[in-house]
Every structure is written in C-alpha cells, then in structure tokens.
Ligand binder design. Sequence first.
Ligand SMILES: [Zn+2]
Length: 212
Amino acid sequence: MLFSLPADASDVIYSCAVKEQKIALTFDDGPHPTYTDEILDILREYHVKATFFLVGENAEWYPEIVAREAREGHELGNHSYSHVDLKKADRAAVCREIDEAERAIWENFEYRPHLLRPPGGCYGDTLVKVAADRDYTLVCWSIDTRDWAHTPVDVIVKNVLDHAASGDILLFHDYIAGNSPTPDALRILIPKLLAQGYEFVTVSELMEGRRD
Ligand SMILES: [Zn+2]
C-alpha cells in the first residue's frame, strides 16, 4: 500500500452485533494477589466465562493465578507488559510492550493471546499497524463500569442494568489499588443478568457469534 489510513474505530472492537443474547465480561490489569481469586470464585459459582487482559509483569508475579484463569476456561488477552500508554509510545516501545507481555504469557502457560486491549483504551496508527502485523485484534469496551474510580457498588450495578444489551463488552478491573467494588458488584450483576436471559461469553466467542 502506498499510503496508510489513519486509525479509526473500525480497527477496534467495542461491541459486537450478535444473533443471540450474549454479553462479555472483561477484567483488566491483573492478576491481583487477592481480587482475581475472589472474582474467579464468583465466576465459577455461576459457571460464567470471562476475558482477562493481563499486564505482563503482573502475570510474572502471580503465575499461579494466571494458570487458574486458563484452567477454568477463561480467555487471556494482552494488556501490555508494564501498562504504558501505547498511543504516546514510539514504535519500538509499542513492539516491546506487546511482545514482552506475550512472552510472559507464552513462557509460563504456552498460551498465545490474540486479543489486545490498549491501556486506557488509547490507540493510534502505530499501535493499529503493529497489532495487525502480529495478528492481534484490538478490543476496547462498550460499557465502562468505572470500578477503577472506586465507584460505589450500587452505582455500578444501576449503570450496567440500565445500559446492558446483547453484544456489549463490559470493562471491569481485577487489579485496583485500595478497596475494590468489583467483586460485590459482580455478586449482584451476574445473577440479575442471567435471570434476564444473558449468556456470558469470552470476547472471542462474542466475535464468533456476530451477525453476518
Ligand atoms: Zn489497564
């Protein structure tokens, strides 16, 4: 190609138009030494599958938690090695962040992620190109629960229940500094959404269920 088009929203998945009543829970920034296990316990209780976007250096600190995520059928995605802004980083740094996170996941678990969530949802032309070269799909979200801002549980629950629709990708975090509202919000939201008929799937499963 003689020229390159600027990055736009068509390069990135925010939600999927799906045939069935499916929705995807995603958890960024982990693994965390306590919250991730707590969240995994809740997901297991309801037989729910989710997608964890791992920070490479956290995966190296807590490999047994990543192993549990994979063993229990969750999808693992790449969230960079050290959680830098991949829109501001130069090409060499973008490549290093993606490749080092991938190495950390591959070496320990022989699991090659093919979803990439840029920290903060920030991306530009360089990241779009580097991700495409490596066969990654860039994934953002359609509902930000703002759990990262220590949003109260009842506010998170109301926001999700007011807005959730089939094909949505929900942004949560399993690594938050200080008290996390996320486990308590999930304990309320998961049974309510199941009762409404939603099936929780991984992001890759959501993409497979897209309407033609
Ligand atoms: Zn993040």
